[in-house]
Design a protein around this ligand. Structure first.
Ligand SMILES: *[C@@H]1O[C@H](CO)[C@@H](O)[C@H](O)[C@H]1NC(C)=O
Ligand SMILES: *[C@@H]1O[C@H](CO)[C@@H](O)[C@H](O)[C@H]1NC(C)=O
Length: 324
């Protein structure tokens, strides 16, 4: 009985390294046909929009490799070889999947895409932004006061009613201090981080992307629901990322005033910083799905998320076609 148990323990302990070894063998063969453009999305609606275009043609013998629970899909967009992965929500997933992509595959650069919250009143839902730089703006969740609370939250702190000592002066919650990132780089001194607030996307790729401004984007979700204005592509603004879904007007204003950003998301800064650390070009293409709390009433992500994802994907496919 003890032997059987030990056997099963051994088998389960070995299972994942064996799986990984098999994947690494496949990756070697895949890399023989490289280099590839690395594509990173975040969550299923973005992947659905990407695959639905039909632009991605899977590789005949190695259509995908599974690593650390994620599926890296190998294929082509027109004549460009690509490897695509959906990383999952948030900064940790974004950095982990990007690092793995760059470490294991023969990659030329990273194209990160998906949807984002709009924090620039000159932009509209449905527009696509290709920012020149990203800041990582923290690890907080600031809730919309008029929305119901998040049911699976671990704890709630009611800031609005928190006033201690009662009546006078500032309450004891005080203020938050925003810090820079610690940026490690291939190009810097080993084992020495430098502070970084703005992670820059690659100028060469921004210049290429700028040629796409004015391209046709989708205006309608379906036959009865259209945006009031034709969506547009804008290149060269600022974005921010944090492990926060922003649906709060006051925090939206804070980000605009203090960081001058036009979009908020939960991954881009991590993908950009990881790419830069490793010395690879990177560009971010995000479709605006909602007003991040700047709206009156409900957040529009449920209604316009798919349209925003489709517009982002449209730009991605055009961008990849124009790569030299
Ligand atoms: C908001 O978007 C408009 C239109 O693209 C742009 O001109 C403006 O600079 C943006 N605002 C900020 C703070 O970047
Ligand atoms: C169009 O989409 C909206 C939002 O998802 C939905 O409420 C509506 O029923 C749809 N209309 C049609 C004709 O499919």
């Amino acid at each position: 009985m003890v032997h059987v148990l030990v056997f099963f323990l051994l088998v389960s302990a070995l299972a994942s390294p064996l799986k990984k070894r098999k994947s690494l063998k496949e990756i070697k063969e895949i890399n023989c046909e490289g280099p590839y453009i690395g594509l990173v999305t975040v969550f299923p609606p973005e992947e659905t929009a990407f695959l639905a275009t039909g632009a991605f043609k899977p590789h005949k013998t190695h259509p995908f490799v599974d690593l650390s629970g994620r599926r890296f899909r190998v294929g082509k967009i027109v004549d460009k070889k690509v490897i695509y992965v959906r990383c999952g929500d948030g900064m940790v997933n974004a950095a982990a999947a990007t690092q793995q992509m760059l470490d294991l595959f023969d990659i030329k650069g990273i194209v990160h895409f998906g949807i984002a919250g709009n924090v620039n009143d000159s932009l509209s839902i449905g527009d696509v932004t290709i920012p020149k730089q990203f800041a990582h703006t923290g690890i907080w969740s600031w809730l919309n006061p008029s929305a119901p609370s998040i049911p699976d939250a671990v704890a709630h702190l009611d800031v609005a009613r928190y006033n201690v000592p009662k009546g006078e002066g500032a309450n004891l919650l005080g203020s938050f201090a925003y810090h820079s990132e610690q940026f490690f780089s291939e190009l810097g001194k080993p084992n020495t981080a430098r502070p970084l607030v703005w992670a820059q996307t690659s100028q060469q790729w921004l210049d290429l992307a700028a040629n796409l401004e004015g391209m046709e984007l989708q205006q309608c979700v379906n036959s009865s629901l259209c945006l009031p204005k034709k969506p547009k592509l804008v290149v060269g603004l600022r974005g921010s990322s944090a492990n926060i879904f922003v649906d709060n007007a006051a925090y939206r204003d804070f980000l605009i005033r203090n960081f001058g950003v036009s979009s908020v998301d939960m991954e881009s800064a991590a993908v950009v910083m990881t790419s830069l650390s490793n010395g690879f070009p990177v560009v971010v293409i995000r479709g605006l799905s909602d007003m991040a709390g700047g709206q009156s009433g409900e957040n529009a992500i449920q209604i316009f998320g798919s349209l925003a994802a489709q517009n982002a994907v449209k730009v991605v496919v055009q961008f990849i076609k124009t790569l030299p």
